[in-house]
Design a protein. Structure first.
Ligand SMILES: [Zn+2]
Ligand SMILES: [Zn+2]
Length: 333
């Protein structure tokens, strides 16, 4: 009976005698086994390389400051960058120059001035909005063609209308003087919201959540869902555990404002009352981050009042076991 040999059987030259033939076949099968194992490893490593998820989203802290004019911490502004588009949250003082700094340091083209086209306002406190005319006009002067998309709480429309009026002489001169300015890039398209799904395109889905912030009727946190990440930015908020549990709900990144209780303890009662209602302490944030299931926590808008960053981190870590990043300007997460 003819022995059945697999396709690609041993060469005829080794098929001398039945015994020799058997050994040759054995040798052949060993080789086949080794080559199969090698092929398996090769394919798997190739698969691991090609299956590696492509990171499409990054978060850049443009400004981590507060109303305090700290030269190391520009006014509040965060950029969620998806592919080649940046979505800014708040526009504190210095926002466009910080975007350029981040663009140059990290090679993020989406943060070049002419490409800054979207901003989401958490509330209208001046430390979060003083950079709006910068964001509206500087990119236009640097050849942004499209109007600025502005989404924010009630009052945003009026603010942008007043900014247009305040700068009308400049706009007139650029449009009708000798400068070759385009006629659309200085405009703003404003949508006011008090919460819910506020924006959606092929890269992001943005949901706003109302948070308590002193006497503001509407202050907002935003959740960004991108193809590969979920990110929540608290804005300025008093402790809002239930809101953050709903907004984050196991999110990849919770970017949250915070103050150090160790510093707050030394403040006058009138300021203690204000800050307790308007902002979130380290111990409170630890509980919030844990209950909301945040996978990582990034601190912004830090108020220390003489406490140290280490003290603040310890206050949070007492009840939150995940990674905590003490945010600094131009950090990328
Ligand atoms: Zn603020
Ligand atoms: Zn505020």
């Amino acid at each position: 009976m003819n022995e059945v040999t697999p396709v690609g059987s041993a060469p005829a030259s080794v098929q001398k005698s039945p015994r020799g033939k058997k050994e040759a076949n054995l040798h052949f099968y060993r080789l086949l086994l080794v080559s199969n194992v090698l092929m398996w490893f090769f394919c798997n490593s190739l698969h691991a390389q090609t299956a590696e998820p492509v990171t499409r989203t990054s978060v850049v802290l443009l400004g981590t400051g507060t109303p305090n004019a700290d030269p190391q911490r520009s006014g509040p502004a965060v950029a969620v960058v998806v592919d080649s588009t940046a979505y800014l949250i708040d526009a504190g003082p210095g926002v466009v120059r910080r975007a350029v700094a981040a663009s140059e340091r990290h090679g993020i083209a989406a943060l070049e001035p002419s490409r800054l086209g979207h901003v989401f306002l958490t509330h209208l406190h001046s430390d979060h909005t003083v950079g709006l005319p910068d964001l509206l006009f500087t990119p236009w002067v640097l050849e942004r063609q499209s109007p600025l998309t502005v989404i924010g709480p009630p009052g945003s429309e009026r603010m942008m209308t007043h900014l247009a009026a305040a700068f009308q002489e400049d706009v007139y001169m650029r449009l009708f003087g000798l400068e070759p300015a385009n006629p659309t890039g200085h405009e703003a398209r404003v949508t006011e919201t008090s919460g819910g799904l506020v924006f959606q395109d092929e890269r992001v889905r943005v949901t706003a959540f109302r948070v308590p912030h002193g006497s503001w009727p509407v202050a907002l946190a935003y959740r960004f869902d991108t193809p590969d990440r979920s990110i929540v930015i608290s804005g300025d908020t008093g402790p809002a555990e239930d809101v953050m549990v709903r907004a984050c709900d196991g999110c990849d990144l919770l970017i949250h404002e915070v103050y150090a209780k160790a510093g707050w303890d030394r403040r006058e009662p009138v300021w203690q009352r204000y800050h307790a209602a308007s902002h979130t302490s380290g111990p409170e944030l630890g509980h919030i981050a844990t209950r909301s299931g945040a996978r990582e926590l990034v601190l912004i808008h830090q108020l220390l009042w003489g406490a140290t960053p280490e003290q603040l981190l310890a206050e949070i870590a007492a009840s939150y076991a995940g990674p905590i990043h003490y945010g600094n300007d131009l950090d990328v997460h």
